[in-house]
Write a protein that binds this ligand. Structure first.
Ligand code: HXC
Length: 275
């Protein structure tokens, strides 16, 4: 199997789990065309599942589906959609069921972000991020829940650690992610009796993502190495770290874990770091 481009040198392997644990399973991932969600999708595919990825930018999505399929040998459907528009999610679910007959796992990962102080954040800017992140998560749950109940499947919601304290320039994202954490907890409690699990992964700063590319790699290699020492784990996270957490949470090893938030942040939140 080819090495994953999403696991940069810090992480020695894509997974410690057996390759076949998701054979016959189907993943539905919003935001799967890029970044962390693409990495999580790749990891689930590498363990035997097929997948549908949903995103707004059709070119990027189609390319990602081709590359993911080529890298893993699994089937990947690219379904153009906007999580703010429930009818596009319904169409993506229909496509998935027609092709694969089931949905076992959902990653609610589509998100929007930019830096802005409250004083400079327009009502529409605030609302847009709430609509993508929080209402988009609600829409995705509504579109997929009957199939997840039928499969006794599981949700992973992608949140953040920003809202554990006041993170400057992130009022919109902090409010949106707090809402996602709450939605997941309610989903876990209401749907647990139907065999459905719901958990949150809260990534800290992740190397190589769109957001972090704007902030990091500005200094020398030595300066970046110093920055890594600020993390209790000794380094900033990589997409492979989040992907491995997703494999764990969807696997049978986590069958009695639901309603939880799992930070994947190298322990930085406990140090009160800014991100
Ligand atoms: C202030 C801004 C702004 C900025 C947009 N807005 N960018 N305000 N500073 N930099 C305002 C606009 O002015 C507008 O308000 C409103 O937001 C909507 O903007 P649109 O561009 O019309 O919206 P849309 O095309 O739907 O784009 C959504 C977006 C965009 C979120 C604004 O940035 C986007 O699609 N980004 C790509 C996805 C993304 O960001 N991925 C990274 C997610 S990372 P007005 O009032 O002018 O009409 C992530 C991790 C968080 O979520 C955790 C980090 C650690």
């Amino acid at each position: 199997m080819a090495p994953s481009p999403y696991v940069v040198p810090f992480v020695p392997s894509t997974s410690v789990f057996k390759e076949e644990i998701f054979n016959g399973k189907v993943l539905f991932c919003t935001g799967g065309g890029s970044g962390i969600c693409r990495g999580m999708t790749e990891a689930i595919l590498r363990h035997g599942a097929n997948a549908t990825i949903i995103g707004r930018k059709v070119d990027r999505l189609t390319q990602a589906a081709k590359e993911l399929s080529a890298a893993t040998g699994r089937k990947v459907i690219a379904a153009q959609g906007d999580v703010r528009q429930p009818e596009t999610l319904a169409a993506a679910v229909k496509k998935t069921i027609e092709a694969f007959g089931r949905i076992d796992f959902v990653i609610c990962g589509a998100a929007g972000n930019f830096l802005a102080p409250i004083s400079g954040l327009s009502e529409n800017g605030f609302r847009t991020v709430i609509e993508i992140d929080t209402i988009g998560t609600y829409n995705t749950i509504k579109a997929t829940l009957p199939h997840i109940r039928a499969a006794k499947g599981a949700y992973i919601h992608v949140s953040a650690t920003l809202h554990y304290r006041g993170t400057p320039y992130q009022a919109h994202v902090s409010a949106a992610k707090a809402g996602i954490d709450a939605l997941s907890a309610v989903l876990a409690v209401e749907e647990g009796p139907h065999g459905v699990r719901s958990n949150v992964i809260a990534p800290g700063p992740i190397h190589g993502t769109e957001g972090m590319d704007r902030l990091e790699n500005k200094g020398t290699a030595d300066e970046r190495a110093q920055w890594d020492l600020l993390y209790p784990s000794g380094r900033m996270g990589v997409i492979g770290d989040v992907a491995n957490a997703a494999v764990f949470l969807f696997s049978d090893a986590a069958l009695n874990i639901t309603g939880q938030v799992l930070p994947v942040d190298g322990g930085s939140v406990h140090l009160g770091m800014l991100v």
